[in-house]
Design a protein around this ligand. Structure first.
Ligand code: ZN
Ligand code: ZN
Length: 379
């Protein structure tokens, strides 16, 4: 589908020139061309300038309509030209051409190389119509312990599957040779398709979007640029990584077609549980049991953190379930640490010594008001 797209395509109706309907078959076009060519051939019309011009026109028309691929391109260009753009002028000027079209008089040949470029440039649809060629992304998982997640570090990752060929560095071309520009798309990686005005660019089937084709395939990978193998990477886990986080390793995915850019590798991190600490974002959580006496009278209690114990001052009259925030003792985060959220739980003894029992009975007698007074059922 490469070749020159001539400006006269927008101007000249080749079907009219050959006197055939737009849906004429290849055979009909050929038949009509032969008849006209005989009629206006310079040999049959010596010295007749008009006939000579006509003959040239007929030849030019058949050059396009007689070739199925060129005819398809021509039809697309014509559709575009007659759908309003041609008459009103192309928005933003004409790619690749000298200025002044369509009002100007300079009718030069403009070589846009491929129609994908032409249409993409005109309608800005190139990105949306076809994805740029690139290898697929891969995803894998690693598991780390809670402590490893807090510390951060590197963990080994193993990937099995397509990888860039070592012999040709993923180009697919035998070492010493290099891939050639794709003849079908002229290296653009896209070709025009006939699906109406606004969805015309399509990934080139010949080069699968890479814009290049391999003429001397690499023997190690049979020209694919990729081989199935096991790759090992070290993945850096940032300190404080959260469970389910995805770490992207750019360019470590599957190789692209014919040496195009590889995809990315995503490593999903599974973080194990800790016997004591929980997690809320960058904060760590911890339940700390206290006795009724400590909660009622107040106490200094020792609380574990990621880096050693700290003293938490529990004030007198602390209710069970109250949470205290210890700043900077949480999970590592960018530029610092989260907090440790300590929730105090008043623990009820399951077994009592005789002394404890005596003292609690004394306490019970000393407490005049029932805590259920406000429920209105006890005095
Ligand atoms: Zn290779
Ligand atoms: Zn191509």
């Amino acid at each position: 589908m490469n070749g020159d797209v001539r400006r006269e395509w927008f101007e000249k109706d080749y079907y009219q020139v050959l006197g055939v309907p737009k849906n004429a078959s290849g055979a009909e076009i050929k038949k009509s061309y032969r008849k006209l060519a005989q009629q206006f051939h310079p040999d049959a019309n010596p010295g007749n300038k008009e006939a000579e011009e006509r003959f040239k026109e007929i030849s030019a028309a058949y050059d396009v309509l007689g070739d199925a691929d060129k005819r398809k391109q021509y039809d697309q260009v014509r559709d575009m030209a007659t759908s309003g753009f041609g008459a009103g002028g192309f928005p933003g000027g004409f790619p690749g051409g000298g200025g002044g079209w369509p009002g100007g008089v300079r009718y030069e040949t403009f070589d846009v190389g491929n129609l994908g470029d032409l249409f993409g440039g005109l309608f800005g649809s190139r990105q949306g119509a076809a994805r740029p060629a690139r290898g697929d992304d891969l995803e894998t998982e690693v598991s780390v312990s809670f402590d490893e997640a807090m510390r951060g570090g590197t963990v080994p990752v193993r990937i099995q599957g397509p990888a860039p060929c070592q012999a040709c560095h993923g180009s697919g071309a035998e070492p010493g040779t290099s891939p050639a520009t794709c003849p079908q798309c002229g290296g653009a990686g896209q070709v025009a398709t006939n699906q109406g005005l606004f969805s015309m660019a399509q990934t080139c089937p010949r080069c699968r979007g890479s814009g290049r084709v391999v003429e001397h395939p690499c023997k190690a990978c049979k020209g694919t640029g990729s081989v199935r193998t096991t790759r090992r990477f070290s993945v850096r886990i940032p300190a404080g990584v959260k469970d389910g986080a995805r770490i992207r390793l750019g360019g470590r995915g599957e190789p692209g077609p014919a040496g195009a850019a590889p995809g990315d590798l995503y490593v999903r991190v599974g973080v194990g549980r800790h016997p004591l600490f929980g997690r809320k974002g960058n904060d760590l959580t911890l339940d700390v049991p206290v006795t009724f006496a400590e909660a009622a009278l107040g106490a200094n209690v020792q609380v574990p953190t990621l880096n050693g114990a700290v003293t938490l001052k529990v004030p007198s009259g602390t209710p069970s379930g109250k949470t205290f925030r210890i700043r900077g003792k949480g999970a590592p985060k960018r530029g610092g640490f989260g907090d440790l959220l300590v929730t105090v739980r008043v623990e009820v003894p399951q077994k009592l010594s005789r002394d404890e029992k005596d003292l609690l009975q004394k306490l019970q007698l000393a407490q005049k008001d029932s805590p259920r007074k406000r429920l209105g059922v006890e005095a």
